[in-house]
Ligand binder design. Sequence first.
Ligand code: NAD
Length: 505
Amino acid sequence: MNNMTVAKETRDLLSKLGVAESLYTGGNMASYTPVTGEKLADLKTVTADEAKSMIDKADAAFREWRLVPAPKRGELVRLLGEELRTAKADLGRLVSIEAGKITSEGLGEVQEMIDICDFAVGLSRQLYGLTIATERPGHRMMETWHALGVVGIISAFNFPVAVWSWNAALALVCGNSIVWKPSEKTPLTALACQAIFDKAVKRFGEAPQNLSQVLIGDRAIGEVLVDHHLVPLVSATGSTRMGRDVGPRLAKRFARAILELGGNNAGIVCPSADLDMALRAIAFGAMGTAGQRCTTLRRLFVHESVYDKLLPRLKKAYESVSIGSPLETSALVGPLIDKAAFDGMQKALAGAKEHGGKITGGDRFDAGQANAYYVRPALVEMPEQAGPVLEETFAPILYVMKYSDFDDALSDHNAVGAGLSSSIFTLDLREAERFLSADGSDCGIANVNIGTSGAEIGGAFGGEKETGGGRESGSDAWKAYMRRATNTVNYSRALPLAQGVSFDI
Ligand code: NAD
């Protein structure tokens, strides 16, 4: 496939998905595909003033939408899920073009959107609070949950559509309007999602205008969303650097934050591990999505008794993994997002070498595209956890370290800034339970005999420490998108005060 064909295919897909041509031609922001490095479109960005006015409109939409009964709001999300089912092949392909994901991962991302819509539809009939025992006779105490307002969504390039849907589906059934600032590296998939949403709205019939909007722009436009007084919650997904800026700004105006930031995820391979299973989980976790998942496996602690059995097999997997265009081949590893990602990877590998690392792979792979950045995933044997091992490098680098004592491995496992995902490979119940216990893994996600990546939508997703502490998607993550009111109703003829206080006038 030559370069012109990718741009042409992109335009065809956008048109099929219902995106108006004027939104991606003749604008001031270029978008590229990492598959070939070729320019795909020129999008028109919004100005700060336009963004502010769009947020004002979103607030007006919220004021109407919060009065629509929640199960009815769920119907809109059900229709969104239906539209996504229809669009799955095209949107998945667009994700592959814009983010460089292999076909099954592009489609998988859209499937995740469908799944969260299904979840949110059920949730729309379950937004319930508690009835609580009161100390006062003739009184009833309960809690109710109300819509919050405009929910701002800021997303990263590597999950260009799923992260929006995790937030959007929940925020919408909870009665909020949404304003989305997608990554400047993946704006076309955002336009496609908005067009798909618009189709659902059309079928729904009675939704307020501007219930969902997209702000095309860079970080400065994200900052407008973060600083706007009519946005009570911003869910921001991206690097820890971004979170360090966004978190305090939101705190300053007492707005809520859901921060989904970087990960430096690790696995422990214990003496009793099923090595066949561990090998497959490690390979997908570390090399899948070309190492560009927040949950990518980046550090591996292997017990000395199995190190020499596992390492040669792992090396073989690294040397033989298929690399290439996700659009033309069935390769398992696609491109890095851009040159900056490639440079970051090379810098980390140089640092690892300085700290005694022995590197397999890691060099640029010739996929016949001069302007695209394909790499051989890197497997780095490290004498200890030091230098770049302590930081997230958003590329396929797996640092492997040998351990002899489980407590030491656990302690090293937790000794990094990030706290997103973790896994242990063991058939020993004591090790598995310890890993999941209060003094085990300190991450938001802790798995046994499963890799670090590929979470399901039913659980709450997010991490601790420098990962930001936010939770999205399943379980009770919806509560972050609503405000809670505690109500006490007095149906007696007396006015007893709590705690036995008397105040007779
Ligand atoms: P990034 O931080 O460069 O950008 C993410 C988004 O934040 C973009 O939309 C960007 O425009 C915006 N942004 C950046 N600075 C901002 C600011 N000061 N104010 C407002 N908006 C701002 O991240 P990226 O390179 O697109 O994505 C990779 C990073 O995202 C990795 O660190 C990865 O681990 C992380 N990530 C985390 C999760 C998670 O759920 N924890 C999921 C996906 C990606």
